[in-house]
Design a binder for this molecule. Structure first.
Ligand SMILES: [Zn+2]
Length: 257
């Protein structure tokens, strides 16, 4: 698991409960007070490394797990020192939502022999929609579905309003969402992960989950017309579906095959 934030920690918890026996958590960040509202760790773990505290929680809660490892650092620096941590795994799940980190991961995954498949999971603004994309060593790469700035080409929603908020007293911005709406996205990523581990979903597949038309409208958004066009029926009650993650002919990472 690359990323043990609010989404990654929920996905990891669902996987542990589903019976995944071996998990490695990679995240350089320390839990802070503003995280607590939507992170599965609580106030007693503030100022501890998320990866470490999560690993300790799992070790106590899930005796069935054979191996729980953590690395409190970014994936790039860990990969530089210990590439075997990545190579000796069945599947990598990234929920960091940063194009700097995930664009590089995509590049390494494409260039290194025997790199495991990767699932990239992320939420749209307000968590009214979420995505989980399984990328293998052949076929489309992650960048095939992204613009040059790492923004997904296909989104469920579109917005007229500014969807990020500034944190008080500092320049950082964040996407507001609550733990209830995020749980739908976490379930989608966890489900896609267990299916990938069982060989029930093939690389080059994107799973999408979305809330109802009303919930999206409540947050000031609406369905993207391109998303609506991919449905013969009406998606307005919310749901989930799988799509093909298409190869981009002029992709800078994998090019034409
Ligand atoms: Zn590509």
């Amino acid at each position: 698991m690359i990323g043990a934030g609010s989404l990654g920690s929920e996905v990891a918890l669902l996987l542990a409960k589903s019976g995944v026996g071996s998990i490695t958590l990679v995240d350089p960040e320390v839990l802070d007070y503003p995280n607590v509202g939507r992170h599965m760790l609580g106030v007693t773990q503030v100022r501890t490394f998320k990866a470490k505290s999560l690993a300790e929680k799992f070790a106590g809660d899930f005796p069935h797990m054979r191996s729980i490892k953590y690395f409190a650092e970014g994936w790039q620096s860990l990969y530089g020192k210990r590439p075997e941590v990545f190579h000796n795994t069945d599947l990598i799940v990234s929920t960091v939502g940063s194009w700097v980190a995930e664009g590089r991961l995509n590049q390494v995954a494409r260039n290194e022999a025997d790199f495991p498949p990767v699932i990239y999971g992320w939420a749209e603004p307000f968590s009214v929609a979420g995505h989980a994309v399984l990328i293998g060593s052949n076929g489309p790469c992650f960048a095939c579905g992204m613009d040059p700035f790492g923004k997904a080409l296909q989104t469920v929603c579109e917005w007229d309003i500014e969807t990020t908020r500034k944190q008080p007293h500092c320049g950082a911005s964040f996407q507001p969402y609550g733990p209830v709406s995020l749980s739908g996205v976490a379930a989608l990523v966890a489900k896609t992960t267990t299916k990938a581990l069982l060989g029930e979903v093939r690389p080059g597949t994107e799973a999408v989950h979305w809330a109802s038309k009303e919930e999206i409208a409540e947050q000031g958004g609406r369905f993207n017309p391109d998303f609506l066009n991919s449905f013969p029926d009406v998606p307005e009650f919310g749901g989930s579906r799988q799509f093909e993650w298409r190869q981009k002919g002029d992709c800078a990472f994998c090019g034409e095959t």
